[in-house]
Design a protein around this ligand. Structure first.
Ligand code: NAP
Ligand code: GFB
Length: 318
């Protein structure tokens, strides 16, 4: 029996995570799936009218909702208000218009930084609303938590099938390598690339002792497709490597140096904040579903991203 055609609209499809899903879909295509990868140039989703017209144009049956104002620790600390307001309007427009256009399934993207800062570890999916997030990114975090609230409301009152995934820190090709706005992994990759070129020491911001779990965008892309195709729950699911794979920022910097065969000196700028010390997340719910899923070894994934950055330096977001 022929499978019904799926028209899958990816908001924020041109970014790091969107392009990770694109690679995964190209590696494992399904004949009944058509993907549309949107950028903000196709439609500014803070505008309800623009959101409606892009849905009118593509008439999606499924939505992967990634579009957001996204940034690293220092970008968030400078603009919590904008992170809250812009993401609140994007999320409300996309979910309400999805309901209006009868979209069968929406998979939205949260982040492990939204969990309470003062918590027991490891963090799991039941803890999303158990207390205030870290002060460095409360704007982004509360706006993301409201996606979970919106999902519950639409599912209860309109019988929709809206769910969400919760990745840890993501890295890979097509990331934002801007030093002030971007995340730590692309920041370190951009810095080491320049330090190697200029034969200068690497400055790591903060003490280097903070700890993070990092997921490669291509692995996250494969997991997103599994959620779209197989995951039937409306409750969120954490998409992450295991707790045992959590590393310090110092180790992340050492792995990036190895990725570029850089042997220069490391300097720690402790005038810069460490942000949240850790946000150790459990992936046991994911492992119940996918016990055999293989994550790309982090040194391999970092070396591949260093190579991508070297090859795309001129066109990359820096
Ligand atoms: P990204 O690389 O910065 O991409 C953001 C995407 O959103 C781009 O396609 C951008 O379009 C689009 N966008 C931004 N503002 C928009 C607007 N007003 N209207 C329409 N589209 C807009 O971000 P990312 O890292 O891939 O993040 C994707 C999702 O993953 C986000 O929801 C983020 O919260 C989540 N996430 C990311 C991480 C991480 O470590 N990066 C971790 C956990 C969760 P343009 O290309 O036109 O700018
Ligand atoms: O990825 P990142 O910017 O954000 O990581 P968070 C910040 C950690 O890396 C801090 C250290 O401990 C910094 O001191 N660090 C060292 C650096 N060198 C650098 C560098 O060159 N650039 C950056 N950016 N950091 C974000 C949230 O938190 O996590 C976002 O603010 C989002 O909202 C994201 O959720 C996934 O991991 O601290």
């Amino acid at each position: 029996m022929a499978c019904t055609k799926k028209v899958i609209l990816l908001t924020g499809g041109t970014g790091l995570v969107g392009q990770g899903i694109k690679s995964a879909a190209e590696q494992n295509p399904q004949p009944n799936e058509e993907f549309i990868f949107l950028s903000s140039k196709d439609a500014d989703l803070t505008s309800r009218e623009a959101t409606k017209s892009i849905f009118e144009k593509h008439r999606p049956t499924h939505v992967i909702h990634l579009a957001a104002k996204v940034g690293g620790l220092y970008g968030n600390m400078r603009a919590n208000l904008q992170f809250f307001r812009i993401n609140m309007s994007i999320n409300d427009n996309v979910l309400s218009v999805s309901q209006e256009y009868g979209v069968k399934k929406v998979v939205s993207c949260l982040s492990t930084c939204i969990f309470p800062d003062k918590t027991s570890y490891p963090i799991d999916e039941t803890m999303i609303h158990n207390g205030a997030p870290h002060t460095s990114n409360y704007g982004y975090s509360y706006a993301k938590r409201m996606i979970d609230v919106l999902n519950k409301g639409y599912n209860q009152q309109h019988g929709t099938n809206y769910t969400a995934v919760v990745p840890t820190n993501v890295f890979g090709p097509h990331d934002n390598f801007n030093l002030e706005e971007g995340h730590v992994m692309p920041g370190l990759i951009h810095k080491v690339y320049k330090c190697k070129e200029n034969n200068t020491p690497l400055t790591v911001w903060g003490t280097g002792s903070a700890r993070r779990q990092f997921i490669y965008s291509l692995d996250l892309g494969r997991l997103f497709l599994w959620v779209l195709r197989e995951y039937q729950e409306t409750e969120p699911i954490i998409l992450s490597v295991g707790e045992e794979d959590e590393i310090s920022i110092k180790t992340a910097a050492e792995l990036v140096a190895k990725g570029f065969d850089y042997e220069g000196e490391f300097v720690y700028d402790t005038t810069r904040s460490d942000g949240q010390y850790k946000k150790t997340a459990s992936n046991s719910k994911l492992r119940k579903y996918l016990p055999e899923f293989k994550f790309t070894p982090i040194d391999e994934a970092i070396r591949a991203t260093c190579q991508w950055f070297s090859e795309h330096y001129k066109k990359a977001r820096i």
